[in-house]
Design a protein around this ligand. Structure first.
Ligand code: UDP
Length: 426
């Protein structure tokens, strides 16, 4: 069975990576893994877990994926925490009660008989407090952080110290997407970049016929150049900035903008953001706003493939799988000069890094006027993603980290183990 999945992904990997997976499968034989997060659909973490868990099962691991259950009030608190960690707003101790009450109710999600439990993001991080001492001794706990962990200003340090730091230091190790997010905490840290699945509905090749059909179904003009941003409706993704940039471009050249998003069940802010976006796009026939169900993968795939340019003008970004997806589809990407995007875009090489609306507008206009450059950038983007950010490599890094945790001889809590092949320049 393991060989079947490795064969299916062979063209999206290298013999070395596949061989490393085989060795790790052999050494970790029988390992029981549990992955826990806060939503099964919507957002990058769910996207990765869907493919990772299926792959791990197919190569023979006993792996389960569980999701915590919570009321909207809990997600309002954790979204505030998420915003705070990304440098916006505050986080008060009064919110902490709701957090603990909810996690206490979810304590039984920690299933028995696991060798490793991987907990994703801040929402379920506190579950570690509900493992009795005896069980805690028998299981390795890993926390994977998918958010853009901002360097906390000294003035706010105490709030984080009290809460997240205290929790994460109880884990055996943590995983961060980039070296830049490593916090000053005493926890063994792995640096592992995220990945996309080239064979998922989101990324698999589509026929031109299917692409055209989907575009027509949603009222897009097949002949007009298309600029697309795919994102949850979240202020950190700066959809309003994208609209402003598009309006500037539209004054000079005929084109259309598609902002496609949706909600995640753990993101309570999206209705408010969507309302703002709709207001900003009012009376603009070339701006299309789509609010799609979280499993509209083939639709999003088609929009990305039909686009001349992919935009991801984030203000904060843990990694930005939407950037990876655009690059994989050989598109030039115009993206915010922030966070995990710096692991993916080399300015003027496979896209453009931008910090302002004017910069975004200039670069989009330039790419529309210079399709040969756009094509060249797109080619580089695809090769780059193939080398660094596809599922087999992600599986290899995940297993390598588990192997280190179980069999390694880590002696200091300040150990950093990087599986990222290079450090970005800016
Ligand atoms: N996505 C989606 N539907 C949407 C918006 C986003 O399927 O309406 C997907 C997108 O294609 C990507 C993931 O959700 O795979 C978003 O991951 P990313 O890392 O870009 O951002 P996050 O939402 O995790 O902050």
């Amino acid at each position: 069975m393991a060989e079947a999945v490795l064969k299916r992904y062979a063209e999206y990997s290298t013999p070395t990576v596949l061989e490393e997976i085989r060795v790790l499968v052999d050494e970790l034989k029988g390992l029981r893994i549990q992955e826990i997060n806060s939503t099964r659909k919507g957002g990058g973490c769910a996207e990765m877990l869907t493919s990772l868990v299926a792959f791990l099962k197919e190569i023979g691991f006993n792996v389960r994926w569980d999701v915590i259950e919570a009321e909207p009030e809990f997600f309002r608190v954790t979204k505030t925490l998420h915003n705070f960690l990304q440098g916006k707003g505050g986080f008060s101790s009064s919110m902490i009660n709701i957090y603990w009450e909810t996690l206490k109710r979810n304590a039984n999600v920690l299933s028995d008989g696991n060798d490793v439990i991987v907990i994703h993001d801040p929402q379920p991080a506190g579950l570690i407090e509900f493992l009795e001492e005896e069980r805690r001794r028998r299981v390795k706990m890993l926390w994977r952080c998918h958010v853009h962990l901002e360097t906390v200003p000294l003035a706010k340090m105490k709030e984080v110290e009290c809460f997240l730091r205290g929790l994460i230091e109880k884990y055996d190790a943590a995983v961060f997407s980039t070296f830049h997010f490593l916090p000053l905490w005493d926890v063994v840290s792995f640096v592992i970049p995220p990945f996309i699945d080239p064979l998922s509905d989101k990324n698999v090749e589509l026929s031109q016929e299917e692409v055209n059909k989907i575009l027509s179904r949603y009222g897009l003009d097949l002949k007009k150049p298309l600029i697309t941003q795919v994102s949850r409706f979240d202020y950190f993704k700066d959809p309003l900035g994208v609209i402003d940039a598009f309006k500037k471009v539209r004054e000079k050249i005929s084109c259309q903008l598609l902002l496609v998003g949706g909600g995640a069940s753990d993101d309570p802010e999206y209705q408010a953001v969507l309302a703002d976006v709709r207001r900003a796009a009012q009376n603009q026939p070339d701006i299309h706003i789509l609010d799609l169900p979280a499993d509209s993968h083939r639709e999003i795939n088609a929009f990305q493939r039909a686009s001349n340019i992919i935009v991801q003008k984030s203000i904060k970004e843990g990694f930005g799988l939407t950037v990876t997806e655009g690059l994989w589809k050989s598109k030039p990407v115009v993206a915010g000069r922030v966070g995990g995007i710096l692991l993916q875009i080399r300015d003027v090489w496979n896209g453009f890094l931008v910090s302002t609306v004017d910069e975004a507008a200039e670069r989009i206009y330039y790419l529309l006027k210079n399709p040969k450059v756009a094509e060249e950038m797109g080619k580089r983007g695809r090769e780059f993603v193939k080398e660094h950010y596809l599922l087999p490599r992600g599986v290899r890094c995940h297993l390598a980290a588990l192997h280190q945790l179980i069999n390694g001889h880590i002696t200091s809590k300040r150990t950093i183990i990087s599986y990222h092949p290079w450090i970005p320049l800016s």
